[in-house]
Design a protein around this ligand. Structure first.
Ligand code: AMP
Length: 284
């Protein structure tokens, strides 16, 4: 496995791979890697000749400076995990290498980029599109791997690929959870032990709401999840939206769609740490 800091060095290497007609899979990450990231890497290794993993803490997608400042940085450990999981190239540029001049491009793909995370984290998806489009132009992969952990992000990236007419397959990979149900996330390491102990309640109540939904209205199910989570000391729901899985628009009734997803953001603990999760109520 080789680690590249410079775009030109990675591109020279990929030029050779492309000459040999090798397929390229890209896994974009922000580092502090865990088993969720590893699952994407293994999938790419299985499906491509070459797997490139980018490890870049992209400043333009952080709307909260404190979130960026406290985000865990563990490049050496990340490289160990990537080598063990079969990655070929790690691309770990500096912010100056990625953005020699400020990126002025504006990406908006309403409605998918303007609701939920788009509404609560202004500029977040714009930053995601800035960095992902750059990574796509640098590596020109056949396939790029994204986790369902960031369910809305996949919809935004797909909209961008369509708009930019890029010939890249966006591969959706299932969410990986701890045995107690908590979605694996780099931010979980920021949780104090007592916060880590209550965080699994988010998925517990989401998961239990599938059964509840069978005999209750969408509105009652929504309110049940919010009130159960808010009743847990140390957890506070920012939003819970039950949406059509294709348009990402709020729906009113279970009959309104045959693909229904509940997306939640919860603040956990005193600092607090912002955790996201989702649950599928219906999938065609
Ligand atoms: P991040 O480093 O948080 O930007 O994540 C990089 C990629 O890994 C994104 O496509 C995430 O959706 C994915 N990912 C993060 N956590 C998980 C998880 N628990 N399960 C599956 N994919 C994940």
């Amino acid at each position: 496995m080789k680690v590249f800091r410079k775009i030109v060095d990675l591109q020279n290497e990929l030029f050779e791979a492309r000459k040999k007609k090798q397929s390229i899979g890209l896994v974009p990450t922000m580092g502090a890697l865990h088993e969720g990231h590893a699952s994407l890497v293994r999938r790419s290794v299985k499906e491509n000749d070459i797997t490139v993993v980018s490890v870049f803490l992209n400043p333009t997608q952080f709307n909260n400076p404190n979130d960026l400042a406290t985000y865990p940085r563990t490049l050496e450990k990340d490289c160990d995990l990537l080598e063990k999981n079969g990655a070929d190239y790690v691309f770990a540029p500096t912010a100056e290498e990625m953005y020699p001049t400020p990126d002025k491009r504006q990406f908006e793909f309403p409605p998918v980029s303007t609701v939920m995370e788009g509404k609560h984290r202004p500029g977040h998806f714009n930053g995601v599109c800035q960095v992902v489009s750059r990574l796509f132009y640098i590596t020109r992969p056949q396939r790029a791997y994204f986790g369902e952990k960031d369910w809305q992000q996949i919809a935004v990236v797909k909209a961008m690929v369509k708009r930019l007419k890029l010939n890249i397959d966006i591969v959706e990979c299932p969410i990986i959870r701890e045995s107690d149900g908590l979605a694996l996330s780099s931010r979980n390491t920021l949780l104090a032990p007592e916060e880590r102990a209550i965080a699994p309640n988010i998925f517990k109540y989401l998961n239990e709401s599938i059964e509840f939904a069978k005999t209750h209205s969408l509105k009652d199910t929504h309110n049940q999840v919010v009130s159960q989570i808010n009743a847990t000391d140390g957890l506070e729901v920012e939003y819970f939206s039950i949406v059509d899985g294709n348009t990402l628009q709020d729906i009113e009734k279970w009959e309104d769609s045959n693909y229904i997803v509940g997306c939640i953001t919860v603040y956990c603990g005193k600092k607090p740490v912002r955790l996201i999760d989702h649950i599928k109520y219906k999938e065609y």
